[in-house]
Write a protein that binds this ligand. Structure first.
Ligand code: SF4
Length: 379
């Protein structure tokens, strides 16, 4: 029988069986369901729970609203609740603070729930890159290059673009954001997701050699002056660890065995995958397309597995499967467990706020500028 040694932080140091640990965890998670329900009843309209599309079922079942990050932040701001519990990841909770009312408090059930893509670009790196671009492009890069950050970025990067005339984009409006930027400046500095930037630029007809990759760990991004001067889009070398797992070979395998399959993928997937897909779009686009598809249709879906499984169960008259044979899971969002949700709600019942997300006022102000510009861009 396998044995585990639990640390003193968990129990008095003692040797227990793996089966005992499993049983205890399962019992705790089952009990957490009841704890969540009781706390919800006590808190009533004081609290709203937001659940991202990629959140696990045991947690998302308690969500008042389910959707993508921007949509959820707007839902949170639209209700009377004082407490917004965001079952997503850190940057999403920050967006809820920026878009929420000043009297609202935003809580992330587990502070370890980050986004690996958002973590691939920090403010110091982006500022260094901007200053290096300034050296190549001349004194005032704002005359020539527009910074755009994807919604999946930290609040201070949204503030960075806001302060420099730039905007935020989502996977739904990236094309509009690029059109808007090119109407004003010659070049775009796009971060942190290279794939969304490249896929969108390619769809606009921008040649691949004019979309260069900025490596934040190399001086001048590892680019020559000529490459920077020739570029239309400078793409940050970041990616989503979930969507990057889909491969062109997965599309080929589906087509071989199901020639009538529809391959639908998220634009955070690599260009080679997007090129082979039938349809590409945001999580909301994927949800709406499959829900409205005719009975009997077949779908191989390139996005996070929890969403794909929910789509599968909601559409029993269709074949809906993950594009990849491997589980493509947002492991950081998965860190939020029912126990975490029970914990933050019970603390609220006791009058304590734990895991509150704060965004400094100056960051909020500039980030809001960038978000407001995004809203003003025609769809
Ligand atoms: S799916 Fe990718 S981009 Fe979305 S939260 Fe997870 S790691 Fe970040």
């Amino acid at each position: 029988m396998a044995e585990l040694l639990l640390s003193p932080a968990h129990v008095e140091t003692e040797t227990v069986s793996a089966e005992t640990v499993d049983e205890t965890l399962i019992e705790q998670e089952v009990a957490a369901m009841e704890r969540i329900k009781r706390a919800r009843e006590t808190l009533g309209d004081q609290v709203v729970i937001l659940g991202h599309h990629y959140q696990r079922d045991e947690v998302v079942q308690f969500a008042d609203f389910q959707g993508d990050s921007y949509q959820l932040s707007k839902e949170g701001a639209s209700v009377a609740a004082k407490y917004i519990v965001f079952a997503g990841v850190h940057f999403m909770a920050e967006s809820a603070v920026i878009l929420g009312r000043p009297d609202q408090v935003v809580i992330l059930p587990n502070m370890q729930a980050g986004c690996s893509m958002a973590d691939m670009a920090n403010a110091e790196q982006v500022l260094t890159a901007w200053e290096e671009l300034e050296q190549v492009l001349g004194d005032d890069p704002t005359n020539q290059i527009m910074p755009i950050t994807y919604m999946n970025s930290a609040a201070n990067l949204k503030a960075f673009v806001g302060a420099r005339g730039g905007t935020v984009c989502t996977s739904s409006n990236a094309r509009g954001a690029l059109d808007w930027a090119f109407a004003q400046r010659e070049k775009v500095f796009f971060f942190p997701d290279q794939h969304l930037g490249r896929n969108t630029g390619k769809a606009m007809g921008i040649p691949l050699d004019q979309m260069v990759l900025w490596n934040p760990f190399k001086p001048f991004g590892g680019l020559t002056d000529a490459q920077i001067l020739n570029a239309k889009i400078i793409l940050w070398q970041g990616h989503c660890s979930v969507h990057q797992q889909f491969r062109p070979a997965h599309v080929d395998a589906w087509r071989k065995h199901h020639p009538d399959v529809n391959v639908i993928v998220h634009p955070e997937c690599m260009m080679d995958v997007v090129d082979k897909a039938d349809l590409v779009g945001s999580t909301s686009y994927i949800v709406n397309t499959i829900n409205r598809a005719p009975a009997g249709s077949k779908w191989a879906v390139g996005t996070e597995i929890h969403l794909v499984n929910r789509l599968k169960h909601a559409n029993p008259d269709k074949l809906v499967q993950l594009l990849s044979p491997f589980a493509c899971l947002c492991a950081t969002m998965y860190r939020i467990s029912p126990l975490d949700l029970a914990n933050v709600l019970e603390n609220l019942v006791e009058g304590r706020v734990i895991n509150q997300i704060f965004v400094p006022d100056d960051i909020q102000r500039n980030a809001k500028l960038a978000l407001d510009r995004m809203l003003a861009i025609p769809k």
